[in-house]
Design a protein. Structure first.
Length: 464
């Protein structure tokens, strides 16, 4: 949910405005905030509304790198709004309509500012249509390489954390405002156009093919992806749900990437045995060949894997376990704010340890001991700072904390706790305090000293 900064003020004005003159009516509406005040992503997200659904129609021509789009965004005002904003980087907006009526719009850096013809009362559901286009560009970002839209030789890859979506559609770009999606993407015949969720078929006309995708579970915007190009696409089912994997044509057909992705269903089942039912309506994965993608990302239902994970001739299922674990930790239960990113990465790293033990690589106890020995305890796991949000303190120390919790409460309570947490928070968002509170309720005792020591204490904690 998105909290507008003006709700309290608007409520006060509304209570005072008994007479309902024009002036009072105008006073009920204020501009929505230009960001959500998350210090890890200044400018990202917007206040005053909560998006329920994005319907995106995108056409992309690799010959010119030009994208044209039509976005229909359905949202609810959480405050009386005289105007509101979307995040949109570097594209040209041709037309905006709000509830079918022309609205004025202007750009302010990477923001699209929309002023509807009439104010939107708090609680009103409204629809915004945005017609836009241009040559999309990545967003410069230090930690994992650029995020956002990358043109490739044969198509494009739109991907990135913590921000990427605003490079190809207008969006409330913060994980605290999750929404469902329908996507139609039109590309030249012969190219694949992959995205999140359930495949809804494709059709061709005049040399262009439209691929349709639908994600019916709420999805954080950084978990959306668009991958266009020459891919070997495999469409099947797993556990009664569609499973779509795609491997770049530039990678070998029976190479390590293809063989790792072929184990997607098996890894997902292993994780479901520990975390509870797989949370979404589709499975999959996409292996790209572009060397600029130096990471793998848990894009919802269909993680994207960079080529660096599949060198050395052997399938890498550890990275598959990590990205699939995020389908529970990060995608189904998402962050309210980026400073709690260990809730995603600590558990996904721990899932690697579980999978490696199952796969005969090494035991969880060994992984724990090895990591404990080399951990820099001066670096905190919670609120590590933007520059360290993908650092060892988040991933490895986070996983150490998860195992310390398991040792403290015992296996039965630990896995019951994880399953209960994931069920209770499914399709929502959460904070570290929410998780600790839940863990304490399940354990029936205070766990605060344990979490303090393992997550943020400045010296090595005693082994539990
Ligand atoms: Zn991760």
């Amino acid at each position: 949910m998105t909290r507008g900064r003006w709700s309290a003020a608007v409520l006060a004005v509304a209570l005072l405005a008994g007479g309902c003159t024009d002036e009072d009516a105008n006073a009920r509406f204020r501009p929505g905030a230009a960001d959500l005040g998350d210090p890890y992503v200044p400018g990202a997200g917007n206040g005053g509304y909560d998006v329920a659904h994005y319907a995106l129609q995108v056409r992309y021509d690799p010959a010119s790198d030009r994208l044209t789009g039509q976005a229909t965004v359905t949202a609810t005002a959480t405050a009386g709004l005289s105007r509101f904003q979307f995040d949109l980087a570097g594209l040209t907006v041709d037309r905006v309509r709000v509830d079918g009526a022309p609205a004025t719009h202007r750009r302010d850096g990477n923001e699209l500012v929309v002023t509807p013809a009439h104010g939107l009362p708090a609680g009103k559901r409204f629809t915004v249509e945005v017609a836009y286009g241009g040559v999309p560009q990545p967003l410069p970002s230090g930690e994992l390489g650029d995020g956002g839209f990358h043109a490739t030789g044969d198509g494009a890859i739109a991907l990135g954390q913590p921000e990427s979506a605003s490079t190809w559609y207008p969006v409330n770009d913060h994980p605290s405002d999750k929404a469902t999606y329908d996507l139609e993407v039109t590309v030249p015949d012969g190219l694949a156009a992959l995205s999140n969720g359930v495949p809804k078929g494709r059709s061709s006309k005049d040399g262009w093919t439209t691929w349709r995708w639908s994600e019916g579970s709420p999805m954080a915007s950084y978990l959306t992806t668009l991958v266009i190009g020459n891919y070997r696409v495999s469409t099947g089912t797993h556990a009664g749900k569609p499973l779509v994997t795609a491997v770049a044509a530039g990678l070998p057909a029976d190479g390590p990437a293809a063989r790792a992705l072929a184990r997607t269903g098996e890894v997902a089942d292993f994780l479901a045995d520990r975390f509870g039912p797989y949370p979404f309506d589709a499975y999959g994965g996409i292996a790209v060949a572009d060397e600029r993608i130096r990471y793998a990302l848990e894009t919802q239902t269909r993680p994207v894997y960079g080529p660096g994970f599949f060198r050395g001739g052997r399938p890498n299922t550890e990275v598959v376990a990590h990205e699939l674990a995020h389908q529970w930790f990060g995608d189904s239960v998402s962050l309210s704010r980026w400073s709690d990113i260990w809730l995603n990465e600590g558990f996904a790293t721990y899932a690697e340890w579980l999978w490696n033990e199952h796969d005969g690589v090494r035991t969880v106890a060994q992984a724990f001991a090895d990591r404990y020995a080399v951990t820099d305890w001066t670096k905190p796991t919670v609120d590590p700072g933007r520059a360290a949000m993908f650092g060892d303190a988040v991933y490895q120390r986070g996983a150490l904390a998860v195992h310390a919790l398991r040792r403290a409460v015992g296996d039965e309570t630990f896995f019951r706790m994880l399953r209960g947490w994931l069920a209770e928070r499914r399709n929502g968002t959460a904070t570290t305090a929410d998780f600790i509170g839940y863990a304490e309720r399940v354990a029936g005792r205070s766990l605060r000293p344990l979490f303090d020591a393992w997550l943020v204490g400045a010296s090595a904690p005693a082994l539990p």
